[in-house]
Design a protein around this ligand. Structure first.
Ligand code: URA
Length: 236
């Protein structure tokens, strides 16, 4: 059993907030009766009708995609750019869990399971995200230590992280750095480098919790197994 507004939003017809408005406006019927109580509990056996439309609860689907560059991490784009959803053949209303920048490549989870999405993106969960970054100029040990400890970004200190120089190419003056963070603030890795004057030339997310890109080429995706989904839930 779950709250009516949550059930409606999970069926994909509208957001939870809009669903609340529709309930208050008397536009929602449960088993033939208009329901205006926000707390009402329903299950998959109840017939829920919103604005005259019978809801069908969608089966949950879970994917990981190897996101290429120049792809936007949203469901649609008003500038007509390719989105992560365009890669996956499904009729389910999936969406990305968190975001990768337009020019960032790598692993991203796509699902229509709002509960799992909330678990994974909640700041208290500390889900590890591992990146490989190519940055301009030599990345010093002192700066790595500063970023690992945490620096101020938009007035809030970053949580402890892992930054380690893997390779430095003298000819091009480019450093290759492994990064592990547990937060998911917008442009976080690039902004952390930039706070100490390093320009990120390329960024790839290689791991999300225990999931990596094994067996996938850029633009390819696969379904998650039931075991993997359970493991993601257990990150609770
Ligand atoms: N940090 C960034 O700066 N960009 C991303 O896409 C992901 C993490």
């Amino acid at each position: 059993m779950e709250r009516l507004q949550k059930y409606i939003s999970e069926c994909g017809v509208t957001s939870r907030r809009k669903a609340e408005e529709l309930i208050k406006l008397g536009k929602v019927k449960v088993n033939g009766e208009v329901v205006r109580e926000l707390g009402t509990k329903v299950s998959g056996n109840d017939v829920v009708v919103v604005n005259g439309q019978v809801l069908k609860s969608e089966l949950k689907e879970y994917y990981i995609l190897y996101k290429p560059r120049e792809v936007i991490s949203s469901v649609s784009d008003n500038k007509g750019r390719k989105t992560v959803i365009d890669f996956v053949k499904t009729d389910a209303r999936i969406y990305p869990v968190g975001r990768l920048d337009y020019d960032t490549t790598g692993i991203i989870i796509l699902t229509n399971d709002g509960e799992l999405s909330n678990i994974l993106t909640h700041p208290s969960r500390d889900v590890e995200k591992e990146y490989f970054a190519k940055v301009k100029v030599f990345f010093s040990k002192e700066d790595a230590a500063k970023l690992c400890k945490g620096i101020m970004l938009n007035g809030v200190k970053t949580k402890p992280a892992f930054f380690k120089l893997k390779k430095y190419d003298k000819k091009t003056d480019i450093s290759y750095v492994k990064v592990v963070i547990t937060e998911g603030r917008n442009h976080q890795v690039k902004d952390m480098f930039m706070s100490l004057g390093y320009d990120t030339l390329k960024l790839k997310r290689e791991r999300y919790a225990f999931l990596d890109l094994s067996g996938l080429k850029s633009g390819e995706y696969r379904k998650l197994s039931l075991k993997e989904v359970k493991q993601l839930y257990s990150l609770k």
